[in-house]
Design a protein around this ligand. Structure first.
Ligand SMILES: [Zn+2]
Length: 250
């Protein structure tokens, strides 16, 4: 370096060689880009909390309700026995907590069939038989007394019939809430079979229509001939509880 160059450099006016790369401080790393946090997707099939109790168990009567129901049966003169709780190994929802087996729903009105049901069902059947079935029969020729009901199904662990659904819901029969009546038996007259009686224009049709319609005062579901093919040969009566007290009477 010349003398003048040294002077200029002393005044910080000279051009010095660039610092070697290895003398530079390391470059600051680029800030990390935030990565999306995987969100847990809700499982539509997940069940929160403990599993729901079996359907039959959720319908169990309190001691007070059961005592009130049995008192009503006593007033009706129902002949029945109390049975142990019913459950079913094939479907945990099926069963009856406090079943009754009814022999006669009124003192002289026999249930012909395996009449196991909840007490609520028996009570509804008894009041319907006493207050509407018997008076309706008195209007038939010869005023016969109804002495028997030929039953179809009472308790049965199975799905609903005639709904057309691929996976139909549990039948009310599987909970002891339902009873099927296939025929009315009279003292001194031929049995009256439940069957389609559309516009036959006789008292048999009037009787079947009358007792079927009156059933809706005691039962929340009444089905029969014309409801669907599965009910063409019996009346289905059940005490299913629906939201808002809604009733299905056809
Ligand atoms: Zn039925």
């Amino acid at each position: 370096m010349t003398r003048w160059g040294a002077i200029l450099c002393a005044l910080a006016l000279c051009q010095t060689a660039p610092a070697a790369a290895q003398d530079r401080p390391p470059e600051r790393p680029a800030p990390a880009q935030p990565q999306p946090v995987p969100q847990a997707q809700p499982d539509p099939g997940a069940v929160f909390g403990p599993p729901a109790p079996p359907r039959w168990f959720s319908l169990r009567e309190t001691d007070e309700d059961h005592a009130a129901c049995k008192l009503a049966l006593s007033l009706l003169g129902t002949v029945y026995t109390e049975e142990p709780s019913i459950t079913d190994p094939d479907d945990p929802d099926c069963g009856i907590a406090r079943p009754v087996r009814v022999e006669r729903i009124l003192p002289d009105l026999t249930l012909e069939g395996d009449a196991v049901m909840r007490c609520d069902t028996a009570r509804a059947l008894g009041f319907w038989a006493r207050d509407f079935l018997r008076p309706a029969a008195a209007m038939l020729p010869g005023a016969p007394r109804v002495t028997g009901l030929q039953l179809g199904t009472a308790y049965d662990c199975r799905p609903r019939l005639g709904t057309g659904a691929e996976q139909p819901k549990l039948s009310e029969h599987a909970l002891g809430n339902a009873i099927d009546i296939a025929a009315f038996v009279f003292d001194g007259a031929d049995p009256l079979i439940v069957q389609p009686r559309t516009d036959t224009g006789d008292l048999a049709e009037a009787f079947q229509r009358t007792v079927r319609a009156a059933g809706c005062l005691f039962f929340s579901t009444v089905l029969g001939p014309g409801s669907n093919d599965a009910h063409d040969d019996h009346l289905h009566l059940d005490v299913a509880v629906r939201r808002g007290g809604w009733r299905l009477c056809q």
